[in-house]
Every structure is written in structure tokens, then in C-alpha cells.
Design a protein around this ligand. Structure first.
Ligand SMILES: *Cc1c(COP(=O)(O)O)cnc(C)c1O
Length: 385
């Protein structure tokens, strides 16, 4: 190449190596163009011929996620919400109806109400604790999909997912579960008969509050093909750097979640016995609502739960939140750092507005020392009281 002028040499040197030294993680392979070995390979669809299909980093991540989810196939999306909306678009068509839990993540509801309806898909919301039998009674001839989220957003109701999945399957209705809370680790939806397991990797898999991504996993070949086709048709893609960070997060997911669990159980037990706290909505907690379902189906507890604050003084909620020091005020969850939000402003969109004796506060319990977290809640409850 030494005879090339600068303009050519600078383009044709410094290219990808034919072989790479082995590192522990995959290479962060960046590419829109894939260079093909010969003319016949240009139109051979058995190999990726374009970067949007995902290169080495994506393949390593989907392989690890498939192992986590007990899936045959995992599709990656640019956010958790994109995974939920993408999976729905992959299986629904005009004239279908979808049944969605009333405790669904609010942006998922926004998509159903604004977009699915506009494209001719019927949307109906069912109370989060509806039994499999009652849910089947809500299914009509057009019902194509049931969307579960368990525990539900903010109010933490559990669904009998195995019973709902089995009943739906016998009627030819698909099931999808938003499994972000269990992170694919403490509940395996596909093992329990759910057709599509979706998670916001943004939360526990990323684990550091700095990357957005979502996954949709399935063990069903036809659904895998439908998800792949939706990715192709809509043009969704994720960056290799982000895929690398998600893979790195997976390495420590079990270790981090064990600590989230221990911390959250300690914090929830302490809150449950505090005189300024009403109900504690944390299924893993002995005596909490839906504890039996959690104990039957889940193998561990994530660090996200809600509790009811004393409702006698309406202004106490803001005083409490503003007094917190270790708990940041912010949406999202699953990162190493503890967060708090108040939930009531989000209940207006629900079909059945939940009623508690006071304002509902949601905590994402992070990886700090549990004694420090309890001390922070204690001082905030005291100064706000
Ligand atoms: C955050 C969240 C999502 C969406 O994830 P993004 O990556 O933020 O789009 C979906 N479902 C649940 C339950 C969530 O908490």
C-alpha cells in the first residue's frame, strides 16, 4: 500500500484485524458496514450483512441474556419501553385486542392508549390481581395478547403468572410479562409458560443508572422470528458500547441483587414496625399482600417496594422526601444508589384508583450500608413528623 497517496492510505490502513487476541469480554465491535468475503456473500442472509443486525458485542450479550432467561432467542431494543412497545407491535395487528394489567408501567399504558388504539388495536385494562379464570372470562374472540407486570408498578400486586399463562395458551392467547423487577434472575417467566419475557435492562442489569436498553426473550421459534422481523422492519438498533456495559452488568447481577435483597428486607422490616408507616407493599415481606404468590414462584427479592406514609398531615410527604439525604429523589431504579418517589400523582390514569390510608412512597433500596439507610429514613420521619 506504500504507493498510495495520503487520501487513499489514510482510508485503507488501520483496519480491523483478521484475528483478535482473546480478552475476557467480547470486543466492542462498531460497524454499520460489514465487509463480505466475496460477491456471493453479499446477498446471503445466513450471516449478518449489515451492522444493524448486531455484531460481536450484541451476540455476546444476547447469548448471556438467553442463558439468564432460559430463552432460545433474545431481541435487544434501545430502551425498556422500546422492548415493551416493540414486542407488542411484533405480535399485534389491527382488529386485535390486548388485555393489560391496570398496574402497568405508566409509559406502557401511554403507548397502548395513544398508539395501539390509533392503529386499530383494542386495549382493555384488568385489575392487577384478576385470577386466570376471571381473565379468561374477559377474553373475547379478538383477544390476542395479555400483558402482565408482576409485581405491578408502584402498588406491587402479584399475578398468578403460571396459571394465567397456562389458561391463555389453551385459548390461543399470547402472554407477555414485564419482568424488570425480578431482572430475569428471581423469576423466569418462560419457565412458567409465559410467551415473551421483557425487561428494562436499564434497571438491575445495567445497575449503575447510566445506560438505557431493553430485551424481549422467548423460547418460541415463531415468536422469535416475529421479534427479529420487527427489529428489521422498524430499524431498531443498540450501540455496541451500551451492549458491552449491559454484559458487564450481567457479570455481577446475582451478587448485586443478593445485596439489594438483604438491604431491602432490612429496610422494609424496619419501616413496617414504624408508627408513622401504614402498609408496606413488598411481597417478599412476611405478612405483606401477595406474599404467598411471591414465595411460591420467586426465588429472591429485588430492592424495590412501596409503603404508605402516615396520612394525617397532607404536607408531611414532601417534608419527608425533602429531608432524605442518602435516598435521592428520582425516577428509574435498580442502580447502586437508593432512590425515593411519591406515587399518588401517577394514579390518575388508572381505571381503578388505589386507595391507601396515606400517600404511597416507593423506595429503590441501593447497595449502601443498611444501617445508614435506616438512619436516613429514621431522621426524615422524625423531622417531618
Ligand atoms: C423503567 C421501566 C421500564 C422502561 O425502561 P426504560 O429503559 O426506562 O425505557 C419498563 N418497565 C418497568 C417496570 C420499568 O420500571
Amino acid at each position: 500500500m506504500s504507493s498510495l497517496k495520503d487520501a487513499s492510505a489514510l482510508l485503507h490502513t488501520g483496519q480491523a484485524p483478521d484475528t483478535l487476541l482473546r480478552t475476557v469480554g467480547p470486543p466492542i465491535q462498531k460497524g454499520s458496514t460489514v465487509l463480505l468475503p466475496n460477491a456471493a456473500a453479499l446477498y446471503d442472509d445466513r450471516q449478518p450483512t449489515y451492522g444493524r443486525a448486531g455484531l460481536a458485542t450484541h451476540q455476546a450479550l444476547t447469548e448471556a441474556l438467553a442463558a439468564l432467561e432460559h430463552a432460545n432467542s433474545v431481541a435487544l431494543f434501545p430502551s425498556g419501553l422500546a422492548a415493551l412497545t416493540g414486542a407488542m407491535l411484533a405480535v399485534l395487528k389491527a382488529g386485535d385486542e390486548v388485555l393489560v394489567t391496570d398496574a402497568v408501567y405508566r409509559p406502557t399504558r401511554r403507548f397502548c392508549d395513544r398508539v395501539l388504539r390509533r392503529y386499530g388495536v383494542g386495549v382493555a385494562y384488568y385489575p392487577p390481581r384478576t385470577s386466570a379464570e376471571d381473565l379468561m372470562a374477559l377474553c373475547g374472540p379478538a383477544t390476542r395478547l395479555i400483558v402482565m407486570e408482576s409485581p405491578g408498578s408502584l402498588t406491587m400486586e402479584m399475578s398468578d403468572a403460571p396459571a394465567i399463562a397456562a389458561a391463555a395458551r389453551s385459548r390461543g392467547v399470547l402472554t407477555l410479562m414485564d419482568n424488570t423487577w425480578a431482572a430475569g434472575l428471581y423469576f423466569k417467566p418462560l419457565d412458567h409458560g409465559v410467551d415473551i419475557s421483557v425487561q428494562a435492562l436499564t434497571k438491575y442489569v445495567g445497575g449503575h443508572s447510566d445506560v438505557l436498553m431493553g430485551s424481549a426473550a422467548t423460547a418460541n421459534a415463531a415468536l422469535a422470528a416475529a421479534l427479529d422481523q420487527a427489529i428489521l422492519d422498524f430499524g431498531w438498533a443498540v450501540a455496541p458500547e451500551d451492549a458491552y456495559l449491559m454484559l458487564r452488568g450481567l457479570r455481577t447481577l446475582p451478587t448485586r441483587l443478593a445485596r439489594h435483597q438483604a438491604n431491602a428486607l432490612a429496610v422494609a422490616a424496619w419501616l413496617a414496625s414504624h408508627p408513622a408507616v401504614g402498609e408496606t407493599l413488598y411481597p417478599p415481606l412476611e405478612g405483606a399482600p401477595d406474599h404467598d404468590l411471591w414465595e411460591r414462584d420467586f426465588t429472591g427479592a429485588a430492592g424495590l417496594f412501596s409503603f404508605v406514609l402516615d396520612g394525617s398531615d397532607a404536607a408531611r410527604k414532601d417534608r419527608f422526601l425533602d429531608a432524605l439525604r442518602l435516598f435521592g429523589l428520582g425516577f428509574s431504579w435498580g442502580g447502586f444508589e437508593s432512590l425515593a418517589v411519591d406515587c399518588d400523582p401517577q394514579f390518575g390514569v388508572r381505571k381503578t384508583r388505589p386507595h391507601y390510608a396515606g400517600p404511597l412512597i416507593r423506595l429503590s433500596v441501593g447497595l449502601e450500608d443498611p444501617g445508614d439507610l435506616i438512619a436516613d429514613l429514621d431522621q426524615a420521619l422524625t423531622v417531618s413528623g
